[in-house]
Write a protein that binds this ligand. Sequence first.
Ligand code: NAD
Ligand code: DAU
Length: 360
Amino acid sequence: MIIVTGGAGFIGANFVLRWLQQADEPLLVIDKLTYAGNLDNLADVQGDDRFGFERADICDRDRIVALLAQRRPRAIVHFAAESHVDRSIHGPGEFVRTNVTGTFELLEAARAYWSELQANDRKAFRFLHVSTDEVYGSLGADDPAFSETTPYAPNSPYAASKAAADHLVRAYHHTYGLPTLTGNCSNNYGPFQFPEKLIPLTIANALEGQALPVYGDGQNVRDWLYVTDHCDALARVLEAGRPGETYNIGGKNEVKNIAVVQTICTILDELRPSARPYAQQITFVTDRPGHDRRYAIDPGKIERELGWTPAETFTTGLRRTVRWYLDHPDWVARVRDGRYREWIERQYGATAPSPQPLSR
Ligand code: NAD
Ligand code: DAU
């Protein structure tokens, strides 16, 4: 069996659902269920006897050691993290705790477990660390895309905490021989993404007649990958990646933020027409401090070595995503109350965006 940390979050849940559709191997999710962890995401596999769930904090080494001893996994896929850049600016402490200390505690638990395995099981064991392109910093308009040898230059507390975790994972391979793998992926989008992130926030706000907040001049570029393509890439890395290696994962889909928001508006105009075009709700708001200008991933290594390529284009994936949010209003409603509302006020209260025409 395999253990998946953070499996109740956005990418983790997509990975779990896909894994259980495609493989017979049982899986245990370990998740603390922070504001971002949502068991609704895993409703389709509740009752499947290949699926197990334990609410646990990855910082709790004793608990993780006990779970490893009890379940005896052949691999750990490590998604658990604080993942939202803006939250890391408001409160970096939790990012250091979970992303750095949590990854350290998980590595220590994994090392203790792995070192006691029989030789064949030791060789076959894998620790797959899920990381981000943000560790590489920000690109200028004409810079080449990030490769696996691009120097680390994290700019936000979130990116710095992920970079620190990456370095620990690297060190555990180099020093102890733990068979680690790391995936550094670009921006994901798709079903179950918490509506604090640009794409689900835009869809949910548009449908509620609220402002669609675009930071700064809206010209920042992100490289978008449909979430199941990321999950497939990770499954492929787990299956055939070389221990100690890192793999950059991305779909060569660079898009400016303003274009992302405008495209969502166009799709909604078609699928859920309203009295006026949704683009009239677009509102430029104060920029994110230290906002990275451009991310772009060169996925050449994973394409060449592991034969992975994405199945979705941004056009097909974005339409699929908008349809999913339209088809799941209950999911959206349940995550948009309580703690999420408090967060929205803290993040956007100062600029209190109200709908304004794009041409203001
Ligand atoms: P998410 O915020 O949606 O989910 C994170 C999950 O981790 C939640 O279920 C949460 O409850 C859990 N968690 C948080 N702290 C925990 C702790 N201390 N112990 C146990 N569980 C804990 O995140 P996501 O967007 O699904 O991202 C998953 C991983 O992928 C993260 O490591 C992130 O850095 C990385 N990543 C994300 C993206 C993206 O675009 N979202 C891109 C590249 C890499
Ligand atoms: O690049 C991978 C990273 O992508 C992951 O490691 C992170 O976990 C994930 O959150 C994501 O980070 P970003 O900061 O790029 O994603 P976010 O959706 O928050 O923002 C995307 C872009 O849109 C970014 O340039 C900021 C901008 N933005 C975001 C929000 C929430 C806005 O213009 N308005 C908004 O309201």
